[in-house]
Design a protein around this ligand. Structure first.
Ligand SMILES: [Zn+2]
Length: 397
């Protein structure tokens, strides 16, 4: 047994009064495994790794919660979770790992329903059998290169995920699950359309930082970015679909401003890894002056509203504007769809019903299709309808 590394980030304040482990959650994503300790106060903690076999040990001084720790199940690179109360009153949690990995450790402040959180991110080591890029659907086996029509790429972003459930309906329906279901339905419709390809920013129950979502869309050279959500308000009578585009200036209404604040808080709730912020993207996010992108976003948003109005009430008949972080790619037309109010009993039913969800996905798809039939994807001289597709170099058999 050899101690590989010792990270001591101890906060003595909590030792005196004692803390309680409220929950221990594990999440698996294409990037790696995340372990979240939720406590009622700022946790003092010590984290170190051991090898042969690979383990990560987390000591929480003066902390109760053995049962909570015992209830946690292994996931991703964490094969199993063990816990014990030690004589000094600390709680020791041992993660049995599938391989040696250096965890990134950080704290998150209380947000929404959560208390203080200690987060361990265990990225899949570079070159290791990485899970295939979540959403980019692989083509046929590759052998040679040839020029082929480049499809229109639609990036579909299921809001929230993992640590961040998003809004929660009265019956317990969670926005993150509805958003993923709707996004997957929309992706199937897009992929069934010749000349189109869908790319999902996430295709499982894990959190992705807001900027990481944009990065993925840009990597996939998306021609359009659609973020799928379900709205929420304390007032349960509020209902209706709404579509938003980014606003470089002010929000178009008090509600839009409130909503953008709520959606932008996802990173605080979901827990982004600090390493996710890269300067290149930050620079890209600053320039919001592209008026053609804005015009395109309004166009596709308007078309979606028209179609959504046939399957659900509209909260607003016009495309709304607010400063959503996830819509800030200046080169990709981007819309955020609040498909329905998860807090409204009638609309929660719609969001639970497979046929209802399919109709909502259809509406979004009609908006997308209509837009590409009349707008020219960038770097193309032609519309989709007007034949002569863009070419890209792809590798085929
Ligand atoms: Zn949302």
């Amino acid at each position: 047994m050899r101690v590989l590394c010792l990270l001591t980030l101890c906060c003595l304040a909590s030792v005196a009064s004692g803390a309680e482990l409220r929950d221990l959650r594990l999440w698996e994503s294409p990037e790696g495994t995340r372990v979240v300790f939720e406590l009622d106060r700022v946790p003092g903690h010590k984290v170190f790794t051991l090898d042969n076999p690979a383990r990560i040990v987390i000591d929480l001084p003066a902390t109760r919660g053995l049962q909570t720790a015992h209830a946690a199940q292994g996931k991703g690179d964490v094969r199993s979770v063990r816990a014990a109360e030690r004589e000094d009153g600390s709680l020791r949690v041992v993660l049995d790992m599938a391989r040696n990995v250096e965890p990134r450790v950080f704290l998150l402040d209380p947000a929404e329903q959560y208390g203080h959180r200690l987060v361990l991110d265990m990225p899949i080591p570079e070159g290791a059998q990485a899970v295939p890029e979540a959403a980019v659907h692989a083509g046929p086996p590759v052998v040679a290169e040839a020029w082929q029509p480049r499809p229109i790429v639609v990036a579909i972003d299921a809001g929230h995920g993992g640590e961040d459930p998003g809004a929660i309906g009265k019956s317990g329906l969670q926005e993150k699950n509805v958003a993923l279901d709707l996004a997957q339905r929309l992706a199937r419709l897009v992929n069934a359309e010749p000349g189109f390809r869908a790319v999902l920013t996430r295709d499982g129950d894990y959190y992705l930082g807001l900027r990481e979502r944009v990065t993925r869309a840009r990597k996939a050279q998306a021609d359009l970015f659609v973020s799928v959500h379900a709205n929420a308000l304390k007032n349960r009578s509020m209902r209706g679909s709404a579509v938003y585009v980014v606003s470089p200036r002010g929000a178009s209404s008090e509600h839009a401003r409130w909503l953008a604040r709520r959606e932008n808080a996802a990173d605080l709730v979901g827990g982004i890894a600090l390493e996710n912020k890269d300067d290149e993207l930050a620079a890209v996010l600053i320039d919001l002056s592209q008026s053609s992108t804005m015009e395109a976003s309004f166009d596709v948003g308007g078309r979606m509203l028209q179609a959504l109005g046939k399957v659900n009430q509209l909260q607003r008949t016009q495309v709304q504007q607010a400063a959503f972080v996830v819509l800030k790619a200046p080169d990709i037309p981007s819309v955020l769809v609040e498909t329905a109010f998860i807090t409204n009993p009638t609309e929660e039913k719609l969001l639970r019903d497979p046929a209802g969800k399919q109709r909502l996905a259809q509406s979004m798809f009609l908006g997308i299709k209509g837009y590409f039939e009349s707008y020219r994807p960038r770097e193309s001289g032609r519309t989709v309808a007007g034949a002569a597709p863009r070419l890209q170099k792809v590798r085929t058999e």
